[in-house]
Design a protein around this ligand. Structure first.
Ligand code: GDP
Length: 440
């Protein structure tokens, strides 16, 4: 997600390395690179021009504050502009009615059905009781697909297999929700390969009849400019409340996420970055800007980890870290939980700096497996006494047992100590915005 843009912006900011002043030369060179990075990310040329102009205006003539060097100052200005471009701040869904109705629309293949179930799963974690409803009367397979995903996470799906009347299905689903105490109804509508008259009329009828609290439009990030055009046409016909961007895991450019909100004038509410049910994030422009600028996103990470970790055990781990007694059993427990969080690569990008040295070979899943086999080769005593590994004989034995080279065992031991430091950092930063901590 945003990998390419992140690397290019990092190169552009590198121009200031060691400079104590912003000059016309260093700023022009950096801005040119930032502009190219955005164009490469598939950001519309006019938006890029405007973006660069604003940064130029803000930076030239600005005295470098004593606490900030030029690189930090430009990073801060780029950060502010990126946040503005992506919609300033997160706009929450309106779930005030009982039941609240969320209408999901978009083209076929955009990820509507997957998103509907991810959203239902997300809401159950917020102590809501969602009901999924499929009104795709044209494709019976769509109902089966929804049922299949929802069954895995125990969320009910309402459908009337024999009915070809979307209004009847919706009315019945509302009755079902009242009877079964479901307080949110998520309606997954039928999609088409392109916007057509029949689909628009059907969705407008559903809208008028169900009076949803939220209409969310789902777009596939990889379709680039097309995604923005479709959202714009839809938005002219239907008063959208928000946009959902899917498949960001496969798109290292990210132009849609950066610009769609400013073009369509609707907030992005969620992003989906993987095929697993957990691979859904609430969209926070500031946090994404942090990630693009390589600052990580500790706040999202903490939220993700908290969803998985048992609170008592987490507190115990934090206490152990502060007493410097965090051991290999604790690490094993964390790895097993982190593996359940979802897209590991995405999680890693939330931790400032870790992606540079975390993995042995760029394959994070495999790295976790290697770490597990190292720990499984340790004796129970060694697991709770990490310091005994200053003895190289022990490391050689572990290397034989796990089949991992001695140099990797050494790297792992270094990572183990670094990881304890990072967990400590996560704890210290919890609830605060990373960029503020790093820049001010
Ligand atoms: P629909 O026709 O709009 O309902 O689209 P689906 O929900 O059936 O999704 C189409 C395909 O995209 C499926 O294979 C999904 O598994 C896949 N998909 C959906 N969201 C994501 C995502 O965020 N990342 C990835 N990699 N695949 C996704």
């Amino acid at each position: 997600m945003f990998e390419h843009l992140k690397n290019k912006i990092s190169e552009a900011l590198h121009v200031f390395k060691g400079d104590s002043k912003i000059t016309e030369i260093n700023i022009a060179s950096s801005l040119k690179k930032i502009g190219n990075a955005l164009i490469d990310a598939d950001v519309n040329y006019k938006i890029v021009r405007n973006f660069i102009h604003k940064i130029q205006e803000k930076s030239i003539g600005k005295k470098v504050l004593t606490s900030l060097n030029p690189k930090q100052l430009i990073t801060k200005i780029v950060y502010d502009e990126l946040v503005l471009l992506m919609g300033k701040k997160n706009v929450e869904m309106d779930l005030s009615k009982n039941p609240s109705i969320i209408l999901i629309c978009g083209l076929q293949g955009s990820g509507k059905t997957s998103f509907s179930s991810k959203l239902a799963f997300f809401l159950t974690k917020k102590n809501k009781f969602p009901l999924l409803v499929s009104v795709d009367i044209h494709r019976p397979a769509a109902v089966d697909q929804l049922k299949l995903i929802a069954k895995k996470v125990n969320i009910p799906v309402f459908s009337l297999e024999k009915s070809k009347n979307v209004i009847e299905i919706i009315d019945q689903s509302i009755l079902y929700a009242f009877k079964n105490k479901r307080n949110i109804i998520i309606i997954d509508t039928a999609g088409r390969l392109a916007i057509d008259q029949i689909m628009m009329e059907e969705i407008q009828r559903i809208n008028q009849h169900s009076k949803p609290n939220e209409i969310l439009f789902v777009v596939d990030s990889m379709t680039g400019q097309d995604a923005i055009n479709t959202a714009q046409s839809f938005s002219k016909k239907l008063n959208l409340d928000g946009i959902v961007i899917t498949k960001l895991d496969g798109d290292n450019r990210g132009g849609v996420a950066i610009t769609i909100s400013s073009i369509v004038k609707k907030p992005i509410k969620f992003i989906s970055n993987g095929e697993k049910i957990e691979d859904l994030e609430v969209f926070h422009p500031d946090r994404i800007a942090n990630r693009i600028l390589g600052m990580g996103d500790i706040v999202s990470l903490v939220e993700k980890v908290q969803e998985q970790f048992d609170e008592k055990r987490t507190r115990k781990i934090y206490q152990k870290i502060s007493k410097n007694s965090f051991d290999f059993n604790d690490l094993l427990y964390q790895i097993q939980k982190i593996k359940k969080i979802g897209n590991i690569k995405n999680i890693i990008s939330m931790i400032p700096g870790i992606d540079k040295y975390f993995s042995f070979d760029g394959d994070h899943k495999n790295s976790f497996k290697k770490i597990e086999s190292i720990i499984y080769s340790m004796t129970p005593y060694e697991r709770i006494h990490p310091k005994v590994f200053s003895d190289v004989k022990r490391k050689k034995r572990i290397s034989k047992g796990s089949g991992i080279t001695l140099s990797h065992i050494d790297l792992f031991m270094k990572q183990f100590y670094d990881m304890s430091k990072i967990v400590k950092k996560i704890h210290a930063h919890s609830g605060k915005e990373t960029i503020k901590n790093l820049l001010y």
